[in-house]
Design a protein around this ligand. Sequence first.
Ligand code: FE2
Length: 332
Amino acid sequence: MEAALKAQNSTALPNHGEGTVVAGLPMPRFNRILVEPITGACGAEIAGVDLRQPLDDETRQEIMKAFEHFLVIVFRNQDLTIDQHKAFSDLFGPRMELPQAPTYGGQNDMQEVRREAFEPSTVVPSFEHFHTDSPFLEEPPKCIVMRALEVPKFGGDTAFSNGYMVYESLSEGLRKLLDGLDVVYSGRDIWERNERLPPEKRLRLRETHGFSEHELENIHPAVRIHPETGRKALFATTSYFRRFVGWNDEDSRALVNYLQSLAQHLHFHCRVKWKKDTLIVWDNRFLLHRGVHDYRMERRHLIRTTVRGERPLGPRDLASLGLSAEKETQTP
Ligand SMILES: [Fe+2]
């Protein structure tokens, strides 16, 4: 591994060359971990680190740098206990509960995604699109730390779309319009809607939780800014979407569907193939994700922690954060 790190840090490697741009920004330099970008848009495979062991400060900082830059970081062969999973997750922030996702192992701060081999695909149409998890909460998740226990031989990947790059690809006029828009997100009727589906189509939802009705609906900016850099990303997608504030349902749906269609472009994406003990951390603020439900008759079982994020900030918060216009647009 040392030799590999040495080789990577030599100037011979093209993906560390001066001026290389990946995930929309110049490629950072790493000294302690091996970082292999997955595509030009987002995602990196990380090697040279054993997450079962305590991590030194520099390694932790490099993992955070890779997370902020690539938005999706992938570690292979991480056979963690639940406590080790939680300890690694805690580096990213406090764990949180989700009102709708089934818990794992009787623990409220762990969730699972599980489909048995005999079960049909029960994905609701809105999760067949790129989405962010639980945007209806006041402080939606910052990131998800997910590990595979059992996966299909082929298929069942997770795909990601870079929300910064989607926003940056828009025309100036549309960016200006979106900068001033807010979205009503609601998770109030998840259970009611599920009940209306025939039993074989129902999602496996969490049955009880301590969230109030009021906590399941919130208004957030359509464009979300990074609290430190001010970089802007699209935060308006179809899952849990009700309407844009001040717009009727028809107009709202037309615009959000258009934005959703832009996030489908391959040049914003990466896609990760799971293997047993693959662990992925993905950003839930500036990145969209979706499962690829292309497998049949095989079991897929993933477990996760969810890390609490900040209340989403929008372009109107830039001034109060003391961010200048230059810092706001740090894209090359
Ligand atoms: Fe999701």
